[in-house]
Design a protein around this ligand. Sequence first.
Ligand SMILES: Nc1nc2c(ncn2[C@@H]2O[C@H](COP(=O)(O)OP(=O)(O)OP(=O)(O)O)[C@@H](O)[C@H]2O)c(=O)[nH]1
Ligand SMILES: [Zn+2]
Length: 204
Amino acid sequence: MAVVFVAASKLPTPFAEFTMHGFLDEETGKEHVALTLGDVADGEPVLGRLHSECLTGDALFSQRCDCGAQLEAALHAIAAEGRGVLLYLRQEGRGIGLLNKIRAYQLQDGGADTVEANEQLGFAADLRDYSICKPMLDHLGIHSLRLMTNNPRKVNAVQGFGVVVSERKPLQVGENSHNRLYLATKANKLGHWLGREHQDEHHD
Ligand SMILES: Nc1nc2c(ncn2[C@@H]2O[C@H](COP(=O)(O)OP(=O)(O)OP(=O)(O)O)[C@@H](O)[C@H]2O)c(=O)[nH]1
Ligand SMILES: [Zn+2]
């Protein structure tokens, strides 16, 4: 896997002052980022989030999805613990890219759900490849995660490349009138653990 570390710097945010580590995937040219807080290389399981890029949700306040709220909640939780990692992965639109995601949204505006829209465009429902995380986590000295996600495929992928998931922490935030159907489709068609029965009582 040709994902190489390039440089690190401080990244002050409203949540905490993180360290930002930049990586280059030499195969795809994609630039990925890891934010860390505290000593993540001490061998203890690390509170972590593998966050897939969503320009619309993370930066443009879109309410079509829950990504922005999840990003904020994850950084908040890491700051509250004083230790953790967030990998910001440039896999926009579950791997189909921004422009195809806009095409998919156009189909959804016409009645398709998130999975049907991808299929109508000739893509599988989820094209993400999480193996890029392994060299990033190795570089950071992280071998065990307390993973914040509602996505069973993400847990399987992490375990599949040899990083322990010592705990799975729900990240159910940001539901609104615009994304209710989207969230229901994720639960019904993509197998996400969403709904009251999956909520964590101690969730931040
Ligand atoms: N193709 C497509 N991608 C979308 C759509 N809505 C959000 N995304 C992308 O989906 C990715 C986020 O994935 P989600 O399925 O929402 O959540 P997840 O990361 O699998 O699971 P969590 O860890 O629980 O958040 C981001 O890359 C978004 O850009 C959509 O309608 N179509
Ligand atoms: Zn999103």
